[in-house]
Each structure stands twice: as C-alpha cells, then as structure tokens.
Ligand binder design. Sequence first.
Ligand code: SMG
Ligand code: MG
Length: 376
Amino acid sequence: MTRIAAIELFLVELPLVRPFRTSFGETVTKRCVLVRVEADDAEGWGECVADDRPDFSGEFNEGAWIAIRDFLAPLVLDAGDADAARAELALRALRGNRMAKAALIDAVLDAALRARGVSLAGWLGAARHRVECGVSVGIAATTDALLEQVDGYLADGYRRIKLKIEPGTDVERVRAVRAAHPDILLSVDANAAYRLDDAEVFRAMDDADLLMIEQPLHHEDFAQHAALQGQIETDVCLDESIRSAADATAALDLGACRIVNIKQGRVGGILEAKRIHDHCLTRGAPVWCGGMLETGVGRAQNLALAALPGFTLPGDTSASSRYFPDDLTEPFEMAPDGTMAVPSGAGIGVTPRPDRLAACTSRREIIRRGARAAKE
Ligand code: SMG
Ligand code: MG
C-alpha cells in the first residue's frame, strides 16, 4: 500500500465564460480549493465544490481551507496509507464539512488508483464509456435572452435543458421554453427559493411536461417536500437536501422526492456517492449527476460516477467550454450527439496542466505529518 507523504492545497480561480445566476446569487469567477495528495508512487487530485459564500451549502472556500489544513488533512496524514476507505473512516471523527472531506477522500482514491494503474470509472463499476450531457441554464435577464441561450445549447447538442428558476418569472419562462421546444427533456431547479404555500406555482408547471422539479423548498425540510410531491404530478428531485446515503434513504422513504441528484462533492466524496447510487438503484429511483461548476478535476470525477448503471438521466456534466475559456486540465469536449467520453486513464485520468495551474493559483500550502509547513 502506497503511503501519503504530504497534502498540498491550492486556491484557484478561473473566469467563467458567462456569469451563472441562481435564485441565491451569481457566480462570475469560479473559485475553489484543490487538493493534491502526494503518495510514495503517485499523486492524486480532488476538488472542493464549495463556493466563496456559504449560500448553496454551509461550506465556503476560506472555511474549507482551514478545515482541511487544520483538522481534516492531519487525520488523513495520520491514517498514513493512500486508502480512501481508511481516510473516510478517519474523517468520521469530525462532523459536517462534507465538501472539504470529499476533496481529500477523492484525492486519496485518485492516488491509490493511479498507483495501481486502474481507472476510477473501471474501479467503480462503470456501465458505459460515454455519458449523456445536460446543461444547467442560469437565470437570464429576460425571457428572450433565456430562449436564445437555450437555442445555443440545443444547437451544441445538449440532451437535457435545466432552467434555474426564481419566484416572479418562473411559470412564464418555463412555458416559453416549452412552447419553443415541445419535445426536449426539460427540468427546473429552484435552489430552495419557494415555500409550501407556493405549491400553486408548481401545479401550474404540471402541464409543461417537466422531467423534474429540483429542490423547490427549504434544504432541511423533507416533510414539506413530501407534502408538495403529494400535490403535484411532476417528480420532485432533491439536491441540497441530500447530504448522505442516509438522507437519500429517508427522503425516498418519506416520499419527499422520486429522483436524486447525486453530487459526489456535496455528499462527502465518491465512496458515499456510490452508496447513494447503489441504494437508489436497488429501489428503482432514478439518479443523475449534478454539477458545481467544477474544473476539469471535479468534472473527471463526476464523469466516472455518471457512468454507473443507475445514472439513467442526463447530468449537469457539460463541456469545459460551457464554463471556462481555458480549463485547468485538458478540456472536456462534448460530441455533437450530446455525449462525453468517460476518462479511461489511471485514477481520474486527468491532471491540471502545470502552467495553467500556476496561472490560476492564488494561494498554496503544503501540509506534512506532524507539523504544518510554512506558507509558500
Ligand atoms: O456544474 O453545470 C454545473 C452547474 C449545475 O445548476 C448547477 N448547479 O443547484 O444544481 C445546482 C447548481 C449549484 C451550483 S450554483 C453555483
Ligand atoms: Mg440543484
């Protein structure tokens, strides 16, 4: 078993090709913490999906940096071996911080698989070499601007359009997109912007033949999601509410959703994401792979996961060009048929290009066993 020698953190920032607006805010520049695990005979990469502000979740970049540097990385270093299951177990001593934990666990797994020359997709039990791509369309300034963006993404080949929605423009925009494109796979994502009292909005969407309504209500409320699901025909999908396999089980048991958005970075890493997948597959609940505007590192991890058999719906696994003028890794490209290749190289199959990483990095720190090294 290969041993972990050091853990290196990078704070990176990349401009987006266009601002991405949701019901809780706007992202103009992607910023995130990358983790590099240095093992005896391989390195491994992980990406923390937190943003600058604790808006999508309670985690945020500066907090994740401190959590990893001061609490999580020392536990992984003490565990010693590049063994993701052991790292995950060691990290159970500390609560929450799932996005920070995911970056570490995924990086350890990547190092272990690279050392053995095994691909992440193969190790997970991938059922396919290509996955279907959807795209998440941010809230536009006007309905016309939205329709134009949707046209562009459909021309690119995307197989499912997801509209971010917010109160005020929701039903009008959904109807406009549906009228323009009667046959596409179409879904909406509210990012918890509504209350159960707003059920009328979602009843009004029932005739738009949506694939699902993602995270309509408060992220901590399964009971109200179950009540809403009972009042509408369209399937409810949960995103923010699902932090673990236990959450997914509870949500399905309670009827709070019928579909689960799996983001490995949100649930504490690929191992927990696989458990959610396995559970949902057993009970016949469709899952799909969500996105957090990841760089090529997180994208590679998502693609491997999305290749599992239970991922029966197109994910938010879009091409690098949908996000960045210049990704950190070699760009992920989507074929005109709306599919993308799952990386087949060892581990996650990609690494940040050194020159690009250097250009995007605003802070860097190495953590070694026993003591923290000085900042670089
Ligand atoms: O990676 O394409 C992507 C973004 C997909 O809509 C997306 N993500 O709630 O599902 C979601 C959002 C969360 C990120 S908002 C910055
Ligand atoms: Mg979502």
